[in-house]
Design a protein around this ligand. Structure first.
Ligand code: ADP
Ligand code: MG
Length: 572
């Protein structure tokens, strides 16, 4: 897993090397500073040469500036490295998710992917930046500091270094506590957000039950919980900072007192004593880094493991290596003894045989849950058949590239998904390289032009979440315009108008009929009035295809369809 992790550094090798070597320089300068001070006090000061002292001081200033610059490089480039790796991974994850098959989306929650793409990658990015660099530098600083201190005075060096593990434990403990407190706080703010979202989107319900006071009371509780959680987090933070401060001072004091005793006994010069005190501060840096890593490493690696789990999930439906890109399909669709089940092994389709000729309009009717939508999702290979085969124009659809297959099939569903963007962009989604006049002509064919002309910004009007809200009928027209633009030889209308009122449905129906002209069309219909003109009606029940024939023939036959027909037309 670590090897996999490091492979993400490869494209940023140069950045890593610059960052890493700058960090080593900073660490070396950190180590050199106490030694320089010792030499300053013990050797330079007694000579009393002011000129020399100022020269050395200017030299020190230059070294300081250099160190500051290097620190800037380490901080900036180090973070840049982290962000680069994080961005690469996020892109990889998004690309991967885009290529997944339907089954993946059936089985994966949106929130799950979202938290991979945000939280996990934040942790990984932090680890990528701090991980290898900090481990190396911290260990190097600890060893270097200890070696120098040991060469000055072994006993005092041992006293100073023995405190390091205790400091690491203390700081790690504080970090864990602090993180838990912040996590808790994030949980509470999420509750507050959810409450606000609920009461805003549910404002109609709240108002109609006049439950405003109830909502206010509920919000007061969540808001109060958040206050407490944040207060606790700040308390832990204050506690952490002050105990860290106190521990550093304590260690400094111990070194100072023991060092003073050595100095009085002529075992340590005053310069060396000062150097030791300064080294205590040098030691604090690796202590901080190691403690942060002890916390960061398991979190980042856990995130990385989850990330890899997603990345290593192969798309279920893949093009065969010898798959052909079919140029134009006529739309002769044949189901040959097709069986199908979803994940749960519960058979949905069994022994389905269908022969749809190019240009036909075939209506599918039957009880909900019978498998009508499933039959239609097999044609664009949203799922692969479990047994049997589906062919179009005599070619097994598994021998075609998914791209060429799907670009010849258009699907209009009950729910039209609109992307945040303009009307033009949403129609243009049907053909990404469409010219403006193509989009306008598609809108005309879908009878959208009057509506668009009435909008303040016409085709440039924003729709979706933060823009204009469209009615169900307008959305369907937009979907139809997309289809005119895509112009596929095969069309699937899956209860496209079922959510509309009868009057709107009747009007949209005309546009759909125009769309269906000269295409092989599969219509799943709820209201039978909409399929009167179909060439053929296929009745699907839980036991497969029950009836198949012309509308009027099936009514005359007096079977399932006749019953459905009589029910619907008596109701109205
Ligand atoms: P219809 O369109 O005729 O109402 P569907 O094709 O949607 O029926 O569903 C047929 C059966 O398959 C139902 O039992 C349904 O619960 C099941 N089903 C539909 N979609 C999925 C899915 N994505 N995963 C698992 N089962 C599904
Ligand atoms: Mg359905």
């Amino acid at each position: 897993m670590l090897k996999k992790f490091f492979s993400y550094y490869k494209p940023h090798k140069r950045l890593f090397i610059i960052d890493f070597s700058s960090a080593i320089f900073v660490a070396l300068l950190d180590l050199a500073f106490p030694v320089a001070v010792q030499w300053f006090i013990d050797d330079l000061l007694p000579k009393g040469n002011w000129g020399q002292i100022t020269t050395i001081s200017i030299l020190l200033l230059v070294v300081y500036l250099l160190s500051t610059f290097l620190q800037y490089i380490v901080s900036y480039l180090g973070h840049k490295l982290g962000i680069n790796i994080e961005t690469d991974m996020r892109q990889q994850l998004f690309n991967h998710v885009q290529r997944q098959s339907f089954r993946f989306f059936d089985n994966t929650k949106t929130g799950h992917i979202m938290s991979r793409i945000t939280n996990d990658l934040f942790d990984i990015g932090e680890l990528a930046h701090h991980g290898p660099e900090d481990v190396f530098i911290a260990i190097m600083t600890l060893i270097g500091a200890f070696a120098i201190m040991y060469s000055i005075n072994p006993e005092l060096a041992l006293i100073a270094i023995i405190m390091v593990p205790f400091l690491i434990i203390l700081v790690t403990f504080c970090n864990i506590k602090m993180n838990a407190a912040w996590q808790n706080m994030y949980g509470k703010i999420a509750d507050v957000n959810a409450r606000v979202e609920d009461s805003v989107s549910g404002s109609r319900v709240v108002k109609s039950f006049t439950n405003e006071d109830f909502e206010i009371a509920r919000f007061r509780i969540d808001n109060g919980n958040f206050r407490i959680a944040k207060l606790v987090a700040y308390k832990v933070m204050a506690w952490t900072h002050s105990s860290m401060f106190m521990m550093t001072r304590l260690v400094t004091l111990i070194v100072l007192v023991v060092g003073a005793w050595f100095t009085l006994n002529d075992k340590l010069s005053s310069g060396e004593l000062v150097a030791f005190v300064l080294f205590v501060n040098v030691l604090i840096k690796p202590v901080d880094k190691i403690s942060a890593l002890l916390e960061l490493y398991p979190k980042g690696m856990a995130g990385f493991r989850r990330f890899r789990e997603l990345i290593e999930q192969e798309p279920e439906i893949k093009d065969r290596p010898d798959a052909v890109a079919v140029a134009h399909l006529n739309g002769d669709i044949i189901f040959d003894d097709v069986d199908f089940h979803y994940d749960d092994n519960k058979s949905v389709l069994e022994g389905i045989n269908l022969n749809i000729r190019a240009g036909q309009t075939v209506a599918f009717v039957g009880p909900s849950g019978a498998g009508k939508t499933t039959i239609c999702s097999l044609i664009p290979r949203f799922y692969d058949v479990t047994e049997g085969a589906i062919s179009i124009d005599g070619i097994d659809i598994r021998d075609m590239t998914q791209h060429s297959l799907r670009s010849q099939i258009g699907i209009v569903q009950q729910d039209v998904f609109l992307f945040t963007g303009t009307i033009k962009e949403n129609i243009g989604y049907g053909k990404l390289d469409a010219m403006d006049d193509e989009i306008i002509s598609a809108a005309k064919k879908a009878h959208l032009e009057d509506f668009i002309a009435s909008l303040p910004y016409g085709y440039e009007t924003q729709i979706g979440e933060r823009g204009l809200k469209l009615s169900g009928g307008q959305k369907q027209r937009l979907a139809i315009a997309r289809m005119f633009l895509k112009n596929p030889p095969i069309l699937i209308l899956d209860e496209a108008t079922s959510a509309l009122d009868t009057e709107t449905e009747r009007i949209i129906q005309q546009s759909l009929a125009e769309l269906a002209e000269n295409r092989t069309t599969l219509v799943i219909a709820h209201r039978l009035a909409t399929i009167r003109d179909a060439d053929r009606v296929v009745v699907v029940t839980e036991n497969g295809i029950a009836e198949d024939g012309k509308y009027d023939e099936l009514v005359k036959k007096g079977g399932i369809f006749a019953r459905l027909h009589n029910n619907q037309f008596q109701e109205v």
